[in-house]
Design a protein around this ligand. Structure first.
Ligand SMILES: [Zn+2]
Length: 246
């Protein structure tokens, strides 16, 4: 007789939740070794639910999950890491929901992406310790685009291979990144950018977090790169995220 396990354990970060039935919720969770899961929990709407306290968005938890025919169910949850500075800062809520949505839409159900899980955990720790939110959003966008298999190049023109950085003046997602002034006139759907922002995007897409935090970046430069990265994310997904950043 085949011995089929009826339940399994995993660590997870809670990305999202929505009401399910009379008393429960469906949770979208991201795990290091199983990818993104959509699972339910019963009784989490009840005021005294022990589970619901652990299953707050952004919490990192250890879960025991029972297998079901159509959907698996969380049978126990224990928080292993929470991020109190994020939770208590009302100004950050919108950004946190944006980050959670970004990881949700870029990761299909059951598709394992351990690097993306590490990036999410790293990002939550970063935000909890150092609330440079604009730089973090930029960092996450560039890393998540690379992890999704989009090989963007900002160090030379993607059409004529001109390596003179000063000539790079626009971005095209269809053509894989930076485009020079000459080539820009030959293509559609490019976004005009300045050479400085393109250099910074190149640096952010290859730099480790520690290096990024050790240099001082001016807010206007970050804001310009944020606009470019938003264009790239939108182009990659083909739709706009529900959460708007202000
Ligand atoms: Zn060119």
């Amino acid at each position: 007789m085949v011995n089929r396990e009826r339940s399994y354990k995993t660590e997870a970060i809670i990305l999202n939740s929505k009401s399910f039935g009379e008393s429960g919720h469906i949770y979208i969770v991201f795990t290091p070794n199983l990818g993104k899961l959509s699972i339910n929990a019963n009784g989490t709407k009840k005021p005294k639910s022990k589970l619901s306290g652990h299953l707050q968005i952004t919490n990192r938890c250890n879960l025991v999950i029972s297998k079901g025919r159509s959907i698996d169910t969380i049978s126990s949850a224990e928080t292993t890491e929470l991020f109190p500075n994020i939770r208590e800062n009302y100004d950050l809520i919108n950004n946190v929901f944006y980050i959670m949505e970004l990881f949700d839409v870029f990761n299909p159900i059951n598709e394992i992406n351990t690097d993306a899980y590490k990036l999410l955990l790293e990002s939550l720790r970063w935000l909890n310790d150092n609330q440079n939110i604009n730089l973090l959003i930029l960092y996450i966008r560039m890393k998540i685009l690379t992890m999704s298999g989009w090989d963007l190049n900002f160090s030379s023109c993607n059409l004529c291979f001109d390596e003179n950085k000063e000539n790079l003046t626009s971005i095209s997602s269809n053509h894989g990144g930076a485009i020079c002034t000459v080539c820009q006139s030959k293509i559609n759907n490019s976004l005009t950018a300045d050479a400085q922002s393109i250099k910074l995007l190149h640096f952010i897409s290859i730099a480790p977090r520690e290096k990024l935090l050790s240099i001082s970046l001016e807010i206007p430069s970050i804001k310009k790169c944020l606009a470019i990265s938003e264009f790239l994310i939108h182009d990659n997904l083909g739709f706009k995220l529900k959460t708007k950043l202000f």
